[in-house]
Design a binder for this molecule. Structure first.
Ligand SMILES: NC(=O)c1ccc[n+]([C@@H]2O[C@H](COP(=O)([O-])OP(=O)(O)OC[C@H]3O[C@@H](n4cnc5c(N)ncnc54)[C@H](OP(=O)(O)O)[C@@H]3O)[C@@H](O)[C@H]2O)c1
Length: 211
């Protein structure tokens, strides 16, 4: 698969490494191709570099790894995304009275806002439930970490499921895109444990069941 990564901070750069290791072709969609961190990542992963819209146009799958506050403007400027599979790993984070939380929930989600901005794209909410470090490499964990997906598009979900498997996750189908209303607070459970409950960043959720 040819995968465009828009935003190459913690998550985007981790996923670039993980996807390249899994055998995919990665193109980094960046605002400033001259940035040293861009050339270093491109060199380490053999990824191509392009503008965000150029990268998106050239790829089968587009990963949005942008800060929520920058997302709408950045996503609307990506151009025509008709038929493209878009992986939304963003959590709609916001500070409320000095406490980190989500800026929406219960009856909508960040992923559903995204669907309004790019209605022709095939959005899959996933990869928002674990820290970036374990997206790049989780092979040393004692259990396979789980990663839920929500999407209205069964074919897109199947393609993303295969990508998640390649990254070392057990991909589980959470249902349609409205289930992002569950997955975004679930991402907050990870954040709360990692940042505020002393768990640190090197852990993930796993699904275990009686056989
Ligand atoms: N960090 C985690 O462990 C984690 C885990 C799961 C989900 N998430 C979610 O993933 C998203 C990204 O998190 P992160 O920690 O990777 O953030 P980050 O390190 O701040 O990286 C964000 C990236 O987005 C780029 N960017 C900002 N505005 C842009 C625009 N208009 N066009 C193109 N690129 C733009 C930034 O580029 P510049 O460097 O040029 O500013 C930067 O490379 C967030 O929504 C977060 O909630 C994070």
């Amino acid at each position: 698969m040819r995968i465009a990564i828009i935003g190459i901070g913690n998550v985007g750069s981790a996923l670039a490494r993980g996807f390249v290791r899994a055998g995919h072709q990665v193109v980094l969609g960046v605002r400033n191709a001259g940035d040293a961190k861009v050339s270093s990542l491109a060199q380490n992963t053999n990824a191509e570099v392009n503008s965000p819209s150029g990268a998106a146009a050239s790829a089968d799958v587009i990963v949005l790894a942008l800060p929520w506050t920058a997302a709408e403007e950045a996503v609307r400027s990506l151009g025509n995304l008709k038929g493209k599979i878009v992986i939304d790993c963003m959590n709609p984070l916001a500070m409320r009275n000095g406490v980190l939380g989500l800026d929406r929930g219960f009856d909508t989600s960040g992923a559903e806002a995204l669907a309004n901005w790019i209605p022709d794209a095939r959005i899959v909410k996933t990869l928002n439930q674990v820290g970036a470090e374990l997206m790049a490499d989780n092979s040393d964990l004692p259990h396979r970490p789980v990663m839920f997906m929500a999407s209205n598009d069964a074919e897109a979900k199947a393609a993303v499921s295969a990508l998640l498997t390649g990254l070392g996750f057990e991909a589980l189908d959470a249902g349609d895109l409205t289930k992002a209303r569950l997955l975004e607070p679930y991402g907050m459970v990870w954040i709360n444990q990692a940042l505020f409950r002393g768990q640190g960043r090197d852990w993930a959720f796993a699904a275990v069941k009686r056989t």
